[in-house]
Design a protein around this ligand. Structure first.
Ligand SMILES: CC(C)(COP(=O)(O)OP(=O)(O)OC[C@H]1O[C@@H](n2cnc3c(N)ncnc32)[C@H](O)[C@@H]1OP(=O)(O)O)[C@@H](O)C(=O)NCCC(=O)NCCS
Length: 189
């Protein structure tokens, strides 16, 4: 290989390295200890489905996860520790009656699912996922956000309350097993 060709090869490699570095740096939203909070990519979906299956009783088809990522990538966030996905949150945008103003028709973010693997809980990862999902929904000019949570899920209720979600109502027998849900909502100021 001539010196000139060798130089070009190095330059191309350097260029590739910088562009991949800038992509990964760009997508980091925040860090919680050694955990990176970033937007989800299609290649993360397998891990997200796996986390959902071991942490929550509500499961969805692969197509559902994909369609949510396509619809609202700004608020589909994952937590990654040592190249392992350890948590996720995914949301939708809907239009409907306000949970705060009578007869108001608003754009609402809906937190569809959030979970952190058991051994990574209690470190601020869940809250960081939620905060970044809220930022994504703010960027889409949502007026409010709402979610359903099992009445027995004290930790999740506490997490939502710590970010100013309030319990708006109780949904009787909302879950398949008959448990009630709280409808909790957050209004952008
Ligand atoms: C709910 C869940 C996502 C929280 O994730 P997490 O990473 O443990 O949450 P964080 O560490 O960010 O904690 C956020 C807040 O939740 C509450 N919380 C979390 N762990 C707690 C614990 N062991 N004891 C008391 N409060 C706790 C606290 O209010 C905490 O805020 P603080 O640290 O200022 O006290 C996680 O418990 C989970 O994946 N649960 C199973 C799936 C699930 O229930 N999802 C919600 C469905 S609606």
């Amino acid at each position: 290989m001539s010196l000139q060709t060798q130089k070009s090869v190095y330059l191309i490699r350097l260029n590739n390295l910088f562009s991949s570095l800038s992509v990964s740096l760009q997508s980091i939203l925040r860090k919680v200890g050694d955990c990176v909070i970033r937007h989800c990519s299609y290649s993360d979906l397998r891990s997200v489905v796996e986390i959902n299956s071991v942490t929550l009783p509500e499961h969805y088809t692969d197509y559902f996860f994909e369609s949510i990522l396509k619809e609202l990538p700004e608020s589909f966030i994952v937590a990654e520790t040592n190249q392992k996905i350890v948590g996720y949150i995914m949301c939708k945008i809907e239009f409907g009656f306000s949970n705060f103003r009578k007869l108001g028709f608003v754009k609402k973010g809906h937190v569809v699912s959030v979970a952190v693997l058991q051994e990574y809980r209690g470190k601020g990862i869940g809250r960081s996922l939620l905060v970044e999902a809220i930022n994504g929904l703010a960027g889409r000019k949502s007026d409010e956000i709402y979610l359903e949570v099992r009445v027995s899920n004290d930790l999740a209720v506490k997490m939502y309350q710590s970010i100013d979600f309030i319990i708006k109502s109780k949904l009787r027998s909302y879950y398949r097993d008959g448990e009630d849900a709280y409808l909790m909502a957050f209004e952008f100021g």
